[in-house]
Ligand binder design. Structure first.
Ligand SMILES: *Cc1c(COP(=O)(O)O)cnc(C)c1O
Length: 378
């Protein structure tokens, strides 16, 4: 074996010894309550396709029509000649859905986080993250060069301490400058946490950021389409949507398609078009993905969307009858040890149940778990 491959084999052996080796599992069916893996049909408790839209006829039809009208690829970045009509329709539909002035879509939620945070913040700024935010936000924070502070998960006292610390520092920096790019503090949290399934105290976080004049970004990846009268997300359900500067989400989970979005003011979107590098320096996604996402946003707002939503929550209640107050469609069963979690997932798979073992680096070391998620029956 050549030295390069030998060294990588050594590294893989170390990862395996820690119970952390990951492998791809080929799925031979569309997403749904049952999926085909390794020639077997398994009950699927692992998906983020919370409303069963990924294989919904309305999304498939929209995608097929977009392929016929606009082709398979966008051919260039949005700012060159790739800003095809389906992207504009999607952004108008999203802004209307979320009740914001404007929306901008990215190839993924990961790219949305990366582009937005690095556009807004630089080395004089401070970013304060909940301990459990998604890797895309952590990576973005690091790449931005801003000073990074972490507050204990959903801990408002700790958050306020970090904001106070930041406030003093930011004031000192801004006393010396008076330019368009003043130093800022940005707080970022998820609304529903992806691996724990609990909810952030958004009302209290909004009150805190307003008290100190900080900015707030909320990642609604696991809440869009699921919470609130109009199913906009947890911010809607808690009545704070119009007090959050940056609302982020993905089109790939409950919306069943692919891509990421930022909803907010016209100024925010105009600024991102100029400064978000993951948006600017990347070919536009395939137009069919945007068309499918537009169909999904419309479907979520329809009576059928409401019905699917009710079915999901009925399923969550059924699933989690042992839990008094389930806050989301995500139910982690904490195991701790990585190897034990993998062994438990393997045993469940042998029984025909697909429940993934979630391990470091997705969660902390020693906090491995089975992550059970609900989808409506169809
Ligand atoms: C999945 C996820 C993302 C990334 O979105 P993609 O569209 O999958 O790239 C961002 N934040 C959270 C909380 C997520 O769960």
């Amino acid at each position: 074996m050549n030295p390069f491959n030998a060294e990588l084999q050594q590294r893989l052996a170390a990862i395996r010894a820690d119970g952390l080796l990951r492998e791809l599992r080929r799925v031979d069916s569309p997403q749904g309550p049952r999926i085909q893996i390794g020639g077997r049909e398994l009950l699927n408790f692992s998906s983020n396709d919370y409303l069963g839209l990924a294989n919904h006829p309305a999304l498939k039809e929209a995608a097929v029509k977009a392929v016929e009208k606009f082709g398979a690829g966008a051919g260039a970045s949005r700012l060159i000649c790739g800003s095809l009509a389906p992207f504009h329709e999607l952004e108008e539909t999203l802004a209307q859905f979320k009740g914001t002035e404007a929306a901008l879509t990215f190839s993924t939620g990961y790219a949305a986080a990366l582009g937005t945070i690095t556009a807004l913040l630089g080395k004089d700024d401070i970013i304060i993250l909940d301990k459990l935010v998604h890797a895309s936000i952590v990576d973005a924070a690091k790449l931005s060069g801003a000073i990074l502070r972490i507050f204990a998960h959903n801990d408002l006292d700790d958050l306020e301490k970090k904001i106070q610390w930041a406030d003093v520092r930011i004031r000192a920096v801004n006393d010396k400058t008076n330019v368009a790019f003043r130093a800022r503090t940005l707080i970022v949290t998820e609304s529903i946490f992806s691996m724990d399934g609990d909810a952030a105290p958004l009302r209290e976080i909004v009150a805190l950021k307003e008290k100190y004049g900080a900015w707030l970004m909320v990642d609604e990846a696991h809440a869009t389409g699921l919470y609130g009268v109009n199913r906009r997300g947890l911010a809607e359900a808690l009545g704070v949507s119009d007090r959050i500067e940056i609302q982020m989400g993905t089109l790939g989970k409950a919306l069943g398609a692919s891509g990421g979005y930022i909803c907010g003011s016209r100024a925010l979107v105009d600024f991102l078009v100029n400064r978000a590098r993951s948006f600017i320096f990347s070919t536009a996604p395939i137009p069919a993905a945007a068309a499918a996402a537009t169909a999904a946003v419309k479907l979520v707002q329809s009576t059928e969307g409401q019905k699917l939503n009710e079915q999901l929550w009925a399923r969550v209640a059924e699933f989690n009858s042992a839990i008094r107050n389930p806050q989301s469609a995500i139910h982690p069963i904490l195991i701790g040890d990585e190897t034990a979690a993998v062994a438990a997932a393997t045993r469940l798979r042998e029984q025909g149940l697909f429940v993934p073992a979630i391990r470091y680096p997705t969660v902390a070391r020693g906090a491995a778990r089975l992550r059970k998620s609900a989808v409506p029956a169809r």
